[in-house]
Design a protein around this ligand. Structure first.
Ligand code: DGL
Length: 267
């Protein structure tokens, strides 16, 4: 049997995590679902995000996923607990804004968090701040519109720059020298964020740490699947427009792929 990992996000942002997962688990088959028919999750209710996360998880399990990465900070905040309760035998690896490494990295003692409003307002995020904030000042910034830019593959337009300026300026004015990219869509905007905020800024992304944690849990909790020298494949599905997704995912993933429509019963 082939090791199969399921990954989902509100849209194409989780592709930034998929790149790290591919490096960590070269032999695994990876199934990615973009819920682009319902993006963005940032302003949605927790109940809505939970229901979508349940549906996407059922689809991934039906297609053989043995572990699931919730490649979305907003969905992790709203749905990680109910998912783990409902599917108690499945390892779920979630994403959270990386407060701890950012606190360790800052020299100015001010950290800026760029994230969705849903993530910033969640109880999970409040608990993270309590646990790791300490003496460092944490300045948060909700970023409506950034997810939509990445969903249309717009990583460098005048509008993109204007939005990035609007969201990073208050953090820089507060003295932040370190920004947490608290949404999996934002690593695709990292070059623009650096251009706007200056090369000296430290950007903290959780993708690599999540891939390491996935590998650790796969190695310790799942039965071994030895396929020496075999390279795994990736399959992509979307609840949005599959033709459009094919072009955007190919752009973000860096090679031509086909994105299939998610069956209607999961949309
Ligand atoms: N990639 C999701 C995250 O990490 C974006 C959420 C949204 O769709 O607003 O939070």
């Amino acid at each position: 049997m082939v090791r199969t990992i399921g990954i989902f996000d509100s849209g194409v942002g989780g592709i930034s995590v998929l790149q790290h997962i591919r490096e960590a688990l070269p032999e695994a088959n990876l199934i990615y679902v973009a819920d682009s028919g319902h993006v963005p999750y940032g302003g949605r209710s927790a109940a809505f995000i939970e229901a979508r996360s349940m549906a996407l998880t059922r689809f991934l399990l039906k297609h053989g996923a043995e572990a699931i990465v919730i490649a979305c900070n907003t969905a992790t905040a709203a749905a990680a607990l109910p998912l783990r309760k409902q599917f108690s035998k499945i390892p779920f690896i979630g994403m959270e804004p990386a407060i701890k490494p950012a606190v360790a990295a800052t020299q100015s003692n001010v950290v800026g968090v760029l994230a969705t409003v849903g993530t910033l307002e969640s109880a999970r995020f409040a608990a993270l701040l309590d646990k790791y904030g300490g003496k460092v000042k944490i300045v948060t910034q909700g970023c409506p519109g950034l997810v939509e830019l990445v969903e249309r593959g717009d990583l460098h337009s005048v509008e993109a720059r204007r939005l990035v300026e609007r969201y990073t300026t208050p953090l820089l004015e507060a003295g932040a020298d370190t920004f947490i990219l608290g949404c999996t869509h934002y690593p695709f905007l990292a070059p623009l964020i650096r251009e706007v905020a200056g090369e000296a800024i430290t950007l903290i992304d959780t993708g690599a740490a999540v891939a390491r944690e996935l590998k650790r849990r796969v190695d310790t909790e799942l039965p071994p699947r030895v396929r020496l020298g075999v390279v795994g494949n990736e399959t992509f599905h979307t609840s949005g427009d599959a033709e459009r997704a094919t072009s955007i995912v190919s752009q973000l993933w860096g090679q031509d792929v086909e994105v299939k429509p998610l069956p209607q019963s999961y949309c």
